[in-house]
Write a protein that binds this ligand. Sequence first.
Ligand code: C2E
Ligand code: SIN
Ligand code: SIN
Ligand code: FE
Ligand code: FE
Length: 375
Amino acid sequence: MENGNYQKELTPEQILRVIFSYAAKIANEKSLDQLLILMADMGRDLIVADRCTMWLIDKNQNQLWTKVAHGVDEIRIPLHSGLVGYAISKNESLIIDDAYLDSRFNREVDKKTGYCTKAVMVIPFQNNNGEIMGAYQAVNKMTVDAVFTQQDMEHLTLAASYAAKSLEAAILHREIEETQKEIIFTIAEIGESRSKETGLHVKRVAEYSYLLALKYGLSEQEAEVLRVVSPMHDIGKVAIPDAVLEKSGKLTEEEFEVIKSHTNIGHQLLNKSPRKLLQAAAIVAHQHHEKWNGKGYPRGIAGKDIHIFARITAIADVFDALASERVYKRAWELDRILALFREESGQHFDPELMDIFMDNLDEFLLIRDAHVEHF
Ligand code: C2E
Ligand code: SIN
Ligand code: SIN
Ligand code: FE
Ligand code: FE
């Protein structure tokens, strides 16, 4: 640190101001990621640290994880590594003046990031039942002394215990959402396995839909909802007899009528629940074979009467169906698929979405190539 860049400890008044300004934001924040970032910022400001990180324990994966900035992926480290791992396993707060003199310190992270860690403080924190949930970690004190003090520890401990309640609520909320997503994905795979399609089809349709949703301008949250529900579009096929679904040749008119019912069946299976995700899944199952020009099924609705999620899924599904082998058809070459897409823009498909798809074809092909079948 250069001379003149040193900062001063906060006065009691400034400390109060920091706490008040963050308390309101933290109390109103439901997103776990956002909370972790807010609490880290609050900790950093309170004790004049260069960096502060709020680590949470992931028991399932034996890891610690955190989120340091919006839009950046989660960071994960092994549960028992380094100073944080030590503090958590011993339920012991640590104040270290020079990490490089401490054998528990994991130098790999500095090596990777080029950052230079010196002073470190780690404070484990607990939930209401006294179980350790994670730890606050502060790195490098920005005052002249350049070391953390007992008073810093008290301040950060206070901040941690204050914030633990909000964190617990957000974790529970996230746990429920993740469980919903897993159940939905499992159901989607069952639907696809009935029609002898692979889990990779499910994965690709999810990723194509997500990308197209973002490019179209839907919010990150909406795109994420679609990523989860788009693979469910064919769940109604569970009710279609094998003899029809697995017929190798062309379908008769009656047989195709039977197949078409997978849209209404999927809708009925899914729309029993008022939950947001399942409602969205119901709409996609219902409407994914509707066409922009109104000549699709089951209802023949047209244009923007077709939900945006279904208009997007239609493109993702057909792109993948054409590129894949089916019992009734061979895989198509890319050029042939693109020719059909150009012809069907404004007919089968929303022309605005089709333009976006074509303009970003490279990115869609990257997704395809990242999820190829291996025989
Ligand atoms: P799928 O195999 O998942 O296909 C989804 C959609 O991709 C189809 O919806 C269609 O829009 C498009 N698609 C797939 N293959 C072709 C193709 O060779 N040419 C063209 N122009 N489009 C294609 P669609 O037509 O409503 O079919 C819905 C589902 O009905 C299909 O899902 C598949 O499970 C079944 N199906 C359709 N045609 C046949 C067939 O000839 N034989 C059998 N056994 N099943 C069929
Ligand atoms: C998020 O992590 O930002 C969304 C899920 C949640 O509400 O925690
Ligand atoms: C619903 O799925 O019930 C809403 C949209 C639709 O009628 O398909
Ligand atoms: Fe379908
Ligand atoms: Fe499909």
